[in-house]
Design a protein around this ligand. Sequence first.
Ligand code: KG4
Ligand code: ZN
Length: 360
Amino acid sequence: MAAMIVLGIETSCDETAAAIVSDAREIRADVVLSQLDDHTPYGGVVPEIAARAHLEHLDGLIRRALDESGLGLGDIDAVAATGGPGLIGGVIVGVMTAKAIAAARKLPFVAVNHLEGHALTARLTNDVPFPYLLLLVSGGHCQLLVVEGVGKYSRFGTTIDDAVGEAFDKTAKLLGLGYPGGPLVEKAAARATDPGRFDLPRPMVGRPGCDFSFSGLKTAVRRHVEELSTPLSPDDQADLAAAFQRTVAEVLADRCARAMRRFKELHPQGGALVVAGGVASNKTLRARLQTLADKEGMPFVAPPLRLCTDNAAMIAWAGIERLRLGQTDPLNFAPRPRWPLDPSAKPAIGKAGVGSGVKA
Ligand code: KG4
Ligand code: ZN
């Protein structure tokens, strides 16, 4: 049987992306256009600028993805687009484009939950079997979930205040590193000359449950910054960035260790620890989680860096997983700015686990 080929579209935040993926787990094309330069002057993502940029670039990116794959629209079997959660203007651009192609070519349309795109990436890259334990760490989310199957998620824990990517972004701002925070904090930390110079609190470490908290950590960074002379010297920036990054990795590892024990009780037959989302591209975090997984005797899977941050290959793949189960969406699908993976999970205290609402 010929492979099923799916066009994926991602427009939920500040990356415009198109990809072509086959159900043989083959990425035929994967193009991502970052809007970084459009948003940098504002120190964060501006929703209307993002939506307009998606509108301007998406059709050209789809053309590029087709060209790179050597395929035409006639070779595509279905179209999948991020249907939420995310910035609504951008999601509408992607969904409408996908619907138009699907209607014109009489193809099935799949509205993909962006978080499910991140959650299933490890099956595209590593063919990881269900069930697995997922640490989902992005700009708007920080959650531990059991991925039992496509569309079947049970949440162990979430953040009670900031998402972890948000904490990276705010810390970068406090340190005067700029935007986007995650990669800049990682880069600064790498040149630390005295990485042990600052000791930061580790919110939630040792506490029962699998919830997270990052706002105290951010406040502690602010306090250190206020005590130092500003603007910070490159050494201060680097040493504080290293302390922040190390502490985040420790906090995440502590929460994961608890979740792993709970996972093993529920699934004694085993399963991997998988990390996904933009923050999963952080090398210190990946190394820390690898050490933890080795200690706990669990396989550890982290997708390649470019498939951790937002991309459309993960959306095409999640579409394939749904199509395999016969699941498609009608052309009157309405974009969903909020779309939890586990709707039965109770909101955590604080910000109810919705992150900043800026990033998905
Ligand atoms: O998944 P993603 O690309 O977009 C969302 O869906 O949110 O995640 C973006 C987040 C941002 O907060 C960014 O600062 C963070 O991921 N991030 C990183 C790194 N690369 C991106 N955080 C830490 N280290 C990195 N290398
Ligand atoms: Zn994302």
